[in-house]
Ligand binder design. Structure first.
Ligand code: ADP
Length: 542
């Protein structure tokens, strides 16, 4: 028996119409050097139509890949809807990738048009000689661009004679946008999102993060990092005021934006919160407008969540996901009835499986492990916003009977709460057992004199691998390894305690602000880290 329901396609066009028609007076605010520029959703919607007209005039047609090399700003949001809704494919380019990887992803996706912020033209010019599919460059602003390709000014390309665009009817399964992973292991890999997956992900994020149409959101996460976690789309759908930082990502600028615009929802990676909280220690930041701060991208130390809450009244909740999962996979909202301590601990967890997503854990033989909160295995995911393949790249080892192998290792408890303990490539296999580098990092970061800590596996003759803790002391603080090990000793199993410690000025970061453990391992292998070796403690088992 068939249902009587309409077969209504789930497309970004439907979401675009909603923001335009229902929330015409909501605001898009973009930070400038010293102030802000503001447009209404109504104005932005008209500009989306005009941008689509302009892009069509230079030959953008269904399936044309249009790259964006842009900060978080109004024009980027315009492209977020204009490109997919005209049937073309939005490819957000990660402006922090090394140029070889940037060129790789542009060529691999076969971008024909790139929309580029003026401030990023030098970055684009540096890769232009390596590009082989590009036909047009659209520059937001006035910066000159040296190239033999046609260069269009965004403001002039817009078809300002029109107020609307004949948005085509699209199939919900057609490609809407694509993102590449950051390529920490080999070439970046492309994920192509469909209209349907992005539409459903919006609803998943809306409910999963508990957003409402009275929120004003400040997605600090870059719009090139998994579509700013889908937040601009959710904000548009809900009519939230959307606040964008443009290129002003330094803590002092973020603080200025938060204080002036008073968002009640913000989202960023732990390094962003680390920078903001460090600033707030010396020059207080008014976070009083913010009811919820989502942290994702890597595990956040519980100590950071506690300090944000206690010292600055900022409520941070961790969420987990990846490029391949659009990204929302879980969020760590505490259940009712938690004590204040439990509440903080809860919010640092990986979180409960998001509605719409299914997760399981598998052991080394590929068999499914129980949800007992103890069995550790690789997390696998499936669902309407989880990729089933990579774009034009074979990766059979990443998929398993219709599930995505996330490359994350962890546990699931009987109530569907996930705890990631590591990435497969970062686990420390010591004497046949696993040490969680993430747990060690989070505990070390809880030391009052520690700013950041990253832990990597290094070869060890006796135990195959042992942890090396790389620690950045807080400015002006004196820390020494023996004291840190002492601090850790009551917090983790004795056999986890690292013997090797390196005090470093900073932890290298990837293009999306995560600890670059691959680089740390290389630095160690080349003898570039100044490692202190403490005498080993006897293991409990001798
Ligand atoms: P890339 O894989 O290119 O580094 P992603 O942003 O897609 O970029 O990274 C996804 C990965 O980030 C996850 O597989 C996981 O390892 C890590 N991650 C994201 N959020 C969390 C979190 N809350 N806790 C622990 N790890 C996280």
């Amino acid at each position: 028996m068939r249902s009587t329901m309409q077969e209504f396609p789930l497309t970004l066009t439907a979401l675009m119409r909603r923001g335009r028609d229902v929330f015409g007076s909501s605001k898009v605010v973009t930070a400038t050097e010293s102030g802000f520029r503001t447009s209404s959703f109504g104005e932005v919607a008209t500009r989306m139509a005009q941008l689509a007209g302009g892009l069509a005039s230079i030959g953008v047609s269904p399936s044309t890949r249009v790259g964006t090399l842009c900060w978080n700003n109004q024009e980027h949001l315009e492209a977020y809807f204009a490109v997919p809704c005209m049937g073309a494919v939005l490819h957000t380019l990660n402006l922090r990738l090394p140029s070889s990887q940037l060129a790789f992803s542009i060529n691999h996706a076969e971008d024909e048009v790139i929309i580029c912020d003026s401030s990023l033209i030098p970055m684009l010019e540096a890769v232009l000689p390596q590009l082989n599919s590009l036909r047009h460059i659209v520059v937001i602003g006035d910066a000159p661009c040296t190239t033999s390709l046609p260069v269009h000014r965004y403001a002039e390309l817009m078809d300002t004679s029109a107020k609307t665009y004949a948005w085509p009817d699209l199939e919900e399964t057609s490609a809407a946008a694509m993102c590449y992973t950051t390529g920490t292991t080999g070439d970046p890999k492309g994920v192509v999102y469909s209209h349907r997956s992005m539409y459903l992900h919006c609803f998943g994020v809306w409910g999963g993060l508990g957003l409402t149409d009275s929120d004003s959101m400040f997605p600090v996460v870059p719009m090139f990092h998994v579509n700013a976690w889908g937040l601009p789309y959710v904000g548009w759908m809900l009519g939230c005021d959307i606040i964008l930082s443009d290129r002003f990502m330094q803590p002092a600028h973020l603080a200025r934006i938060i204080e002036a615009q008073r968002p009640n929802f913000i989202a960023g990676v732990p390094t962003i919160y680390g920078g903001l909280l460090l600033l707030a220690e010396t020059s207080p930041v008014d976070f009083s407008s913010v009811r919820l701060a989502i942290s994702g991208g890597s595990a956040i130390p519980e100590s950071m969540i506690a300090a944000a809450q206690e010292r600055h009244g900022l409520r941070i909740v961790s969420a987990w996901g990846m490029t391949e999962t659009s990204p929302l996979g879980s969020a760590a909202f505490p259940p009712p009835g938690c004590t204040p301590e439990e509440d903080v601990a809860w919010r640092a967890r990986t979180g409960r499986i998001a509605a719409g997503i299914e997760l399981r854990i598998t052991g080394e033989d590929g068999g499914e492990l129980p949800w007992d909160g103890k069995s550790v295995g690789e997390i696998e995911a499936r669902g309407p916003w989880v990729t089933g393949a990579y774009y034009r790249a074979e990766a059979p080892d990443r998929f398993h009977d219709g599930w995505l192998r996330t490359g994350d290792v962890g546990t699931i408890d009987p109530s569907g709460v996930v705890q990631i303990t590591d990435r497969v490539k970062d686990v420390i296999k010591s004497g046949g057992e696993w040490i969680s580098s993430v747990e060690l990092e989070n505990q070390i970061a809880g030391h009052p004199d520690v700013l950041e800590a990253a832990v990597i596996a290094v070869p060890d003759e006796r135990w195959q691998e042992r942890p090396l803790a790389c620690v950045v002391p807080r400015p002006g603080a004196a820390v020494e390894p023996e004291g840190l090990r002492q601090f850790l000793s009551s917090r983790v199993a004795r056999w986890w305690l690292p013997e090797r410690w390196a005090l470093v000025a900073e932890i290298p970061k990837t293009s999306v602000g995560k600890f670059d453990k691959k680089l740390l391992r290389a630095q160690y292998a080349k003898g570039e880290l100044d490692v202190v070796l403490l005498p080993p403690l006897p293991r409990d088992d001798g």
